[in-house]
Design a protein around this ligand. Sequence first.
Ligand code: IDP
Ligand code: MG
Length: 153
Amino acid sequence: MAERTLIIIKPDGIQRHLAGEIIGRLEKKGFKLVAAKLIQLSKDLVRQFYLVHEGQAFFEGLVKFTCSSPVLVTVWEAEGIIDTVRKMIGATFGYDAEPGSIRGDFSCSKKHNLIHGSDSSKSAEYEIKLFFKPDEIIDYKLADRGWLYGKND
Ligand code: IDP
Ligand code: MG
């Protein structure tokens, strides 16, 4: 199985009507969508999700923001997807993010930066399990896969 990553369109992405734009970039890159749901997160779940940031000055504000509107939680698959998506997302703070990246093109904020992407395979495994049961992640083949992938060619 190819590598998997968890991508969340955060509350600002939904409220600013940017979910389609962001999902479209991931689709056009050739990544395979294997799970998706729109959910209103609870504070408890967000605290677990952002556990590594507990104790930081921005933590409670981050939890409040993440629960302030529904989010679109998705899982994507492709060779090397974790690092590639992080490059497509750009630096954490929108005003620092490179033009051409998702945050660089659409965010000027620290907290309101539109999208989450797992930062390592360990985080991806932890995060995917928080939101999806194994049978909610769909195993299927993309018809054009022969044209898309080939990290080891
Ligand atoms: P990442 O989303 O690029 O992986 P992290 O450092 O893991 O960035 O931080 C998680 C999220 O917390 C960020 O995406 C952002 O929404 C928020 N955040 C991080 N640092 C700050 C800060 O200093 N002030 C306010 N919010 C922050
Ligand atoms: Mg992070």
